[in-house]
Design a protein around this ligand. Structure first.
Ligand code: MG
Length: 170
């Protein structure tokens, strides 16, 4: 892998809002009349974060690792995907520097959930709360997000090398 001690990854995801499904964002159950449709639990934020981690490692994307055609991932807790991705990070000698993410949802209002979501992400990744930032935006009533058709999420993560590369200390 790269000689440099830093790597960056980006993730994006979208799931449709539907009736009859729970809304789970960043591993936190959100009280709302609509939920996200998908093969797994459709946690759009954990999917974006998983893609950011895989991307930082140059390991493709979540669809390659956890195909939505596989019965074993039906209604799966997306924490499984994120936990696999962080294992890959650590197995390769990397650690998370920080991560930042944005959830795009017209409703529900997520301001009261942001801290709980950040704490859950930190817990799943076994990192400090100060390494995680969660932002929430509306869709300004336009587009798929604004019309309550979907929730989107973006994530970016910086990886730092856990141990110095090469020989000798600098
Ligand atoms: Mg997804």
């Amino acid at each position: 892998m790269s000689e440099a001690g830093l790597r960056v990854g980006i993730g994006h995801d979208r799931h449709r809002l539907v009736l009859g499904r729970p809304l789970i964002l960043g591993g936190v159950r959100i009280d709302f009349e609509l939920g996200l449709d998908g093969h797994s639990d459709a946690d759009v934020l954990l999917h974006a974060l998983t893609d950011a981690l895989l991307g930082a490692l140059g390991l493709g994307d979540i669809g390659e690792w956890f195909p939505n055609t596989e019965p074993r991932w039906a209604n799966a807790d997306s924490a499984i995907f994120l936990e696999q991705a962080i294992r890959e990070v650590r197995n390769r000698g990397w650690e998370i520097g920080n991560l930042d993410c944005t959830v795009h949802a017209e409703r529900p209002k997520l301001s009261t959930y942001k801290t709980a979501i950040a704490q859950r992400i930190a817990e799943l990744l076994e990192i400090g709360a100060d390494q995680v930032n969660v932002k929430a935006k509306t869709g300004e009533k336009v587009g798929p997000v604004g019309r309550l058709e979907a929730i989107d999420a973006d994530a970016i993560v910086l990886l730092v090398r856990k141990t110095p590369s090469g020989s000798g200390l600098t």
